[in-house]
Design a protein around this ligand. Structure first.
Ligand code: 5AD
Ligand code: SF4
Length: 423
């Protein structure tokens, strides 16, 4: 979502007559889009700002703006935290960016935090997209779930969906520009609703657009992954067999404390149903280790769930207390060392599972959407993805074009990557 927002900001600035440069030394304005979901992300931003400060000292007229969730969360405090920061602008204030820049250039500093956290959808703004084959489209913004640990609902506001026609128009535009893959984005895409169009209806309509060859979506909350949507994924060639469904923990006590509103049994039944209906989709999840009060047994329950469900990928995070959330009121009582040990154990288990799952694909044929030459290997190697979102590398003597859909036979795998030959 942040990468998409950066493209949105680039679109806004382009319309206002600004031009992007590749080299930071050439820039009059430096904008840093930020994430507040974990403290680590924020620390990295502050380090980055420091490094830009050096550049700014060389050229005192450079404007450095902080955008995104950190700007929303810290606002004017950011200006006190670093003398390099000229202004902070939250994610619902981007429309106002050209105005804020003008004020700065005329010597009237201005910071804009909250404009419209509950209704802004950027409906009429066209992002300036990075070249490639895959394009993001935000279909909704915000979140109403208030998981106890999560800062997102406080910074991104309530759920609101973009008009259907707007999304379809943008998809047509993107396809005409040569993009082949559309990724429908939102904090909670399955909660999409505009009039009587819900997410399953929307994704069906997007898939009817000629030239949109693959459609993905991210991310879903377990409460909204309906059998209706699973059947549409199963029955529609263009919609990828790829589900990102965060479980966060395998312990019922922790799920309850996290305010996730489902049990491990319910989650297991959802994944089982997805596999029954779709076949063998790529299933990816997020897990937090070291939530306050997470006992050894709670963590063992998470390990057990991962062993049982055998995901294709798990994104593991150490719990990070976020001021303003419900969990912030609890003691962050799992030591850094225990969080690290749990994270390493979970990652090692998942690596083994992914390797075993991928090994089963040896000898199979996979359809790949080619993303480009593989930069890490010698000439003649190309890189693409399966519809289950696995990276695949293959060799071919002749030129293969970016955006081609090709069939390859898998002959080798690693934990994360498939290797094959063009058929
Ligand atoms: N600490 C650690 N991880 C978090 N996430 C969200 N909030 C926190 C937090 N406070 C993780 C969740 C979410 C992913 C995007 O980030 O796993 O699914
Ligand atoms: Fe955060 Fe929960 Fe909303 Fe995801 S569903 S953005 S974890 S509050």
């Amino acid at each position: 979502m942040n990468k998409y927002d950066s493209e949105l900001v680039a679109g806004i600035l382009k319309s206002a007559g600004y031009e992007a440069v590749d080299d930071i030394e050439m820039a009059d304005i430096v904008l840093i889009n930020t994430c507040s979901v974990r403290e680590h992300a924020e620390r990295r931003v502050l380090d980055k700002i420091d490094s830009y400060y050096t550049a700014k000292r060389k050229s005192p007229h450079t404007i450095i703006g902080v955008l995104g969730c950190m700007a929303e969360r810290l606002g004017p405090k950011l200006l006190e935290m670093s003398p390099a920061v000229s202004f902070a602008l939250g994610p619902d204030a981007y429309r106002n960016l050209p105005n804020v820049l003008e004020l700065h250039r005329s010597g009237r500093p201005h910071t804009d935090i909250r404009i419209d956290t509950n209704t802004e959808t950027y409906t009429d703004i066209y992002p300036s997209r990075c070249k490639g084959i895959s394009a993001w489209i935000a279909i909704m913004r915000g979140c109403n779930n208030f998981c106890s640990y999560c800062i997102v609902p406080y910074l991104r506001g309530r759920e609101r969906s973009r008009p259907v026609d707007d999304i379809l128009d943008e998809t047509r535009k993107i396809v005409n520009e040569g993009f082949k893959e559309i990724v429908l984005l939102g904090q909670n895409v399955n909660s999409y609703r505009y009039g009587d169009v819900d997410f399953p209806r929307l994704i069906e309509r997007v898939s009817q657009i000629d030239g949109a060859e693959r459609i993905r979506f991210a991310t879903s909350h377990p409460k909204d992954l309906s059998p209706d949507l699973l059947r549409i994924i199963a029955g529609n060639e263009k919609i990828c067999s790829h589900i990102h469904l965060a479980v966060q923990s395998g312990s019922n006590a922790i799920l309850k404390a996290m305010n996730r509103n489902y049990t491990r049994e319910h989650f297991i039944s959802l994944i089982t149903r997805a596999r029954e209906i779709i076949g063998d989709p790529g299933i990816y999840t997020d897990i937090i280790v070291g939530y306050p009060g997470e006992s050894e047994q709670d963590f063992e329950d998470t390990i057990d769930l991962v062993e049982q469900l055998r995901f294709d990928g798990v994104f593991c995070f150490k719990y990070s207390p976020r001021e303003g959330t419900k969990a912030y009121e609890l003691k962050d009582d799992i030591s850094e060392e225990d969080k690290a040990t749990r994270l390493i154990r979970l990652n090692a288990l998942q690596k083994q599972i992914a390797f075993e799952r991928n090994s089963k694909l040896i000898g199979s044929m996979q359809r790949i959407l080619v993303e480009g030459p593989d930069k890490k290997r010698k000439a003649g190697h190309f890189m693409g993805r399966t519809d289950t979102n696995k990276i695949a590398i293959f060799r071919h003597k002749n030129q293969v074009s970016v955006g081609d859909m090709v069939d390859i036979r898998i002959n080798e795998v690693s934990g994360m990557t498939l290797f094959g030959e063009l058929i």
